[in-house]
Ligand binder design. Structure first.
Ligand SMILES: [Mg+2]
Length: 371
């Protein structure tokens, strides 16, 4: 089997809640997503997607994803999409770095492999464990009172795990964490995610101020070294996210005892192939994971598939929230919408193309998702 064409589509995904705010004054109201279609000479087509959270969150941005795929695609025409290791080698040889560019192509090729083999991707990646898992709910940055209120609202919707977006003024963040903790019920899980927004000294101060609160601290500072210093100071369970950008950082963090949990974002590490390596390493090391990615169409489905193949114990520790059915149903609808948008432009060139206008017609609405 050979890849004969790669097409790229742009789709806007406005948020239900209007905007999503996190550290550093960052906010997004519409997610700019990129859907990739990989066509083969066997008549089988695979779909992938990547959706950076604006240009200021990770070293990734939406237009860059599309430009990168257009740059990379000619190197992949003629390649076997079912040979995922070889395909990833080919991508890495043709383009250094830029894992988010490669992730959508890798994802689409896993889709092809699943279709060719007649097996779910979960089976191909090691097999499912369990029938269900919980999602968590990110709580956009707001006043301490409003964020605490949100916990009750989201619990009503079925969530039991809540991720507070902090990373702002230290005193306000202490208030946010304490206000949220006051409304927790037995069985709830609270994570305070600073998204790199605290300086090291502020993070140490905040960690001290919440020593008696049942809360996880996530990615307090920008660099690994700063986070490690905070980790060594606090007694709170600790999550690393933004700095875990590849398997080498997992190895380094495990060696240093730098975290209890990592957030494994599929696009951040280059796709399912590389995420699987990290997943397997974490399972072997006993490190919990939150498998997550941008609130897009395809990863919402894939995250579920992917996580189901990890150990149940890890999955329980790793995932936050609930309402799986609702998320999956919504994701399926959105995928159908995206396919429709793609089908509207079948006249695209044989190699690569970026289609904005067709996707503009489709405005699926994702819920605020974890970061
Ligand atoms: Mg995070």
């Amino acid at each position: 089997m050979k890849i004969t064409a790669i097409r790229v589509y742009q789709i806007d995904l406005p948020l239900h809640e209007g905007s999503y705010k996190w550290s550093g004054g960052n906010a997004v109201s519409v997610f700019d997503s990129t859907v990739v279609e990989v066509e083969t000479d066997a008549g089988i087509t695979g779909w992938g997607e990547v959706c950076p959270l604006g240009p200021a969150y990770l070293p990734a941005y939406a237009a860059g994803a599309r430009a990168g795929i257009v740059e990379l695609a000619p190197h992949l025409i003629g390649a076997d999409p079912t040979a995922l290791g070889t395909l990833n080698d080919r991508m890495d040889s043709a383009m250094r770095g830029h894992p988010y560019v490669k992730s959508a192509i890798d994802m689409a090729c896993w889709d092809i492999l699943g279709k060719v083999s007649g097996l779910p991707v979960a089976t191909l990646m090691g097999g499912r464990v369990g029938d269900d898992f919980a999602l968590y709910r990110a709580i956009s940055q707001d006043s301490p009172e409003r964020m605490a209120e949100r916990i009750g609202e989201y619990r009503e919707a079925g969530y039991r795990k809540f991720q507070l977006k902090v990373g702002g003024d230290p005193d306000t963040d202490i208030d946010r964490i304490r206000a949220a903790a006051r409304v927790l019920e037995r069985g709830d899980v609270l994570v305070a995610d600073a998204n790199t927004g605290w300086t090291q000294h502020a993070a140490v101060r905040i960690a001290d101020a919440v020593r008696d609160v049942d809360v996880y601290l996530e990615q307090p500072c920008r660099t690994y070294e700063e986070c490690l210093a905070v980790r060594q100071h606090t007694n709170r369970p600790f999550v690393l996210d933004e700095v875990i950008d590849g398997i080498d950082m997992v190895v380094r963090g495990a060696r240093d005892g730098a975290m209890d949990v990592i957030n494994l974002k599929i696009s951040k590490v280059g796709g399912l192939t590389k995420a699987r390596q990290i997943r397997d390493l974490c399972v072997s090391l006993g490190l919990a994971m939150t498998i997550e990615d941008t609130p897009t169409i395809i990863p919402m489905i894939l995250c579920r598939v992917f996580d189901a193949s990890a150990r149940e114990t890890r999955a329980k520790a790793a995932n936050n929230g609930a309402t799986r059915e609702r998320a999956t149903t919504a994701a399926t609808k959105k995928m159908a919408t995206a396919k429709k948008a793609g089908a509207a432009k079948k006249t695209t060139a044989a190699k690569t193309s970026v289609n904005r206008s067709a996707a503009k017609r489709s405005r699926a609405r994702p819920e605020t998702a974890p970061r």
